[in-house]
Design a protein around this ligand. Sequence first.
Ligand code: A2P
Length: 270
Amino acid sequence: MTAHVKTEEFALNLPEGVFAETVLSVTHYTDRLFRFTMTRPASFRFRSGEFAMIGLVVDGKPLYRAYSVASPSWAEELEFFSIKVQEGPLTQHLQAIKPGDKVLMRKKPTGTLVLDALTPGKRLYMFSTGTGIAPFASLIRDPETYEKFDEVILTHTCREVAELKYGFDLMDEIKADEMLSEIVGDKLKHYATVTREDFPFKGRITDLIENGKLFTDLGVPPLDPAVDRAMLCGSMAMIKDTAVLLEKAGLTEGANNKPAEFVIERAFVG
Ligand code: A2P
C-alpha cells in the first residue's frame, strides 16, 4: 500500500500532538525540487521563519523530517519547499503527494530564524542556498519584517538556473499581491546566483561577499555590525563559511534567548 493510503488510515486515529492536514496544491520545479501547500489547523501558531516536523506513514510508522514553513505566519494555508531524493526515506514518498492526500505535522514549531533572535538593525540579509530559501519565503511575506528593517536582501544561490525559479515566483507573487506589495515597497531585493551554469549573476555567496561584488551589485556599503543583521539557511558548508565572514565583519551569532547580529539554521534534507 502506498504511503498516502497508510497515512490516511493513520489519520483516522491520530495520536496526541499530531495533525493530519490535506494537501491543496503541488508544484514541481525540477526533478529535485517541489513546493506544496496544505490546510492549516486553526490551532497551529508559528512565527515566520520557524520549522515544523512533517511526515507520512512509511513502513507502518510515521516518519517525520524538519521543514521550514515557507508561508508567512498570517497565511491561511501552510506552504513548504522540498527537495526530492530518489532514495530519501521521506521525500521519495512525499514527492508523490497529490491534492486531497493527507500529510502529518507535529504540533510544535520551533527554530532560530526568527526576527526576535536579532537585535534591532537597518538592513536584513537573508543568505540561502537551495531549499534554504524556505524560511525566508515566509519572512519576506511577513509585514513585521518591514516594520523592523528598512532594507531586506534575500540572496539565493543554487547550482543551476532552474533551481532559482521558486525564488523568482515568490517575487512575482509579492508584486501581484496588492496589500503585500504596498508594505514591501522597494525595501526587498532579491539577489540570485548560480555556480554551475551560465547566468548574469554567478558565484558562491561567500566569494561575492569577500570580493565585494554583492555590495557593488546591490549598491550598499560593506557589512557593518551597527546596522546590518543576517540570517543564514542552506548547506552546512555555506553556513559555516558565511558565518566566518560575518564574524570577521564584526557580527556575532545570536539565538532566541540571546538576540545578536546573525542567526543560522541548516536546510533540512529529506
Ligand atoms: P558549488 O556549486 O560551487 O558547490 P548544494 O547543492 O551542494 O547544497 O549547494 C548549493 C549551493 O551552495 C551551490 O551553488 C554550491 O556551490 C553552494 N555552496 C556549497 N558549498 C558552499 C560553501 N562552502 N560556501 C558557499 N557556497 C557553497
